[in-house]
Design a protein around this ligand. Structure first.
Ligand code: PCA
Length: 218
């Protein structure tokens, strides 16, 4: 089976597009493989345990986690999860974790085990803009990516695992522009984080990433 993870909203924003991906794909099939979806809290404490419980329970052949990267205009395929948590804003439990290992006494980083270039090719072929990225940041998305890869490295070496950042939904960008106009404190050109992508396109991209990964296994 395929495990798809997303996050709840955070940072005072409305619903996370990655939560919408989970809702769209949970209990669906890609090819003949069943997808199970789960939404993760934006909370550092207990993350490793949540990851271990999910992976142990489902033993997926593929696990792909999704999150929002505000301002990113394209599907962003993450190459690497690093063993550092260094937050710029507090998580949803109010913790501003700084300069702390995600998992103590484990390697500095893990590379994604998804076929990233093949996924990028398939997305571009389908007319969906996508790129590889060399950093998933140092917040919860990176922490989840590292934790998943670290667990798989130790316990599920066959499992293909990685993380994909997605843009805002158009509604969220529209909402920001409305607030910008209402506040009348910033000029439009001072904001560079209003890129967005439709939910349909984002969900299609997620399905293609799963399909391409499953194809690479057979
Ligand atoms: N994005 C954040 C955490 C949750 C999410 O969707 C990040 O990029 O770390």
């Amino acid at each position: 089976m395929v495990l798809v993870l997303g996050f709840e909203g955070y940072g005072g924003r409305s619903k996370n597009p990655s939560e919408a991906i989970v809702e769209a794909l949970d209990k669906q099939t890609v090819g003949s493989t069943v997808v199970k979806g789960a939404v993760m809290p934006v909370q550092f404490e207990g993350l490793a345990q949540r990851v271990a419980t999910l992976l142990h329970k489902h033993q997926p052949s593929v696990v792909i986690a999704f999150g929002l990267w505000p301002g990113e205009p394209v599907i962003r395929l993450e190459r690497v999860g690093i063993n550092t948590a260094d937050f710029e804003i507090a998580d949803n439990a109010g913790n501003l974790v700084q300069n702390t290992p995600v998992v103590p006494n484990r390697p500095d980083a893990h590379l994604a085990t998804l076929p990233l270039h093949a996924i990028q090719d398939q997305l571009l072929e389908a007319g969906i803009p996508a790129r590889l990225s060399g950093t998933a940041g140092t917040y919860l998305c990176n922490a989840l990516m590292f934790s998943l890869l670290d667990h798989c490295a130790q316990h599920l070496p066959q499992t293909r695992c990685g993380f994909i950042h997605v843009p805002y939904l158009p509604m969220q960008a529209a909402d920001m522009l409305q607030r910008l106009a209402q506040d009348a404190t910033l000029e439009y050109h001072q904001r560079s984080d209003t890129a967005s992508m439709s939910l349909d396109t984002i969900v299609t991209a997620a399905g293609l990433a799963i399909q391409t990964t499953l194809d690479s296994l057979s």
